[in-house]
Design a protein around this ligand. Sequence first.
Ligand code: GZL
Length: 322
Amino acid sequence: MNHTRRLTLGALVGSALLFAAAINGHAEDKKITLGFAQVGAESAWRTANTVSVKQAAKDAGINLKFSDAQQKQENQIKAIRSYIAQKVDVIAFSPVVESGWEPVLTEAKNAKIPVILTDRNIDVKDQSLYVTMIGSDFLEEGRRGGRWLEERYKNDKGPINIVELQGTVGSAPANDRHAGLMEVIKNDPKFKIIASQSGDFTLAGGKQVMEAFAKTYGKQINVVYAHNDDMALGAIQAMEEAGLKPGTDISVVSFDATKGGFEAMIAGKINVDVECSPLLGPQLMTAVKEVVAGKQLPKRITTEETVFPMSVAAQVLPQRKY
Ligand code: GZL
């Protein structure tokens, strides 16, 4: 091949390589950007959820913008608006409460930015406002707590007086963990919910509410039904300060199955912990990539989870991830 031809071929191959590199470089620059509006940092569950989302974004090579709303809906709405303004590829959030989302999600829809719900659900008529909801079935979790009570007191004629420490008012887990319990016990007159108040999913909130319940009802209380471990741990402090015995005189039903919950079960102070997994990060990142790739997703992706009675806590704790 003569010298000129060799030069032309070399130039052609060189420019093709440069072009490919440019395309690839551009593709690299076009990393997916996800805007995530977190509820807050109210509980051990939430902390583990945040760790899972951040680590999964890193592992997936997704550029994550993250905000903490300190459990205030207006802050989550502000964060979602800022993600719209920044033209992120996908928005995801864990709605602190079920209602009030139509306006901001309509703005995201008009901006053609897909929205994924994680952890908690919303109550909207227009289901096109979000692509999918990834998280637990809180109604079933409540039923599991109720079924444990039915079994625990099956030979007891009652009355079985329950005090309920509810999660954040208006949130899906608080609404559904209550509704699930009621589904199971509503036809068994021996169970009576003698008091129910929100501790906002925090340890301090659970302790404060339980102090009042202990003062008012004292030894009349047979069961504490706490919507998460942080409130259960606060309630245990309050019960012990009031001279009551959590786990023995008073059955404690809790949710989340965090490390703190397992440790309290091993100490004999929580009787059963209904699992609610915060490790939603990997599923979220898979969903984000599928949405960007234009794939169809199911409207609901439900987390697999179970129930841990006190009797298995010591053997299971070493395998727990949060
Ligand atoms: C449940 C989650 C709840 C946890 C609490 O999926 O939304 O919020 O049960 C957390 O611990 O604060």
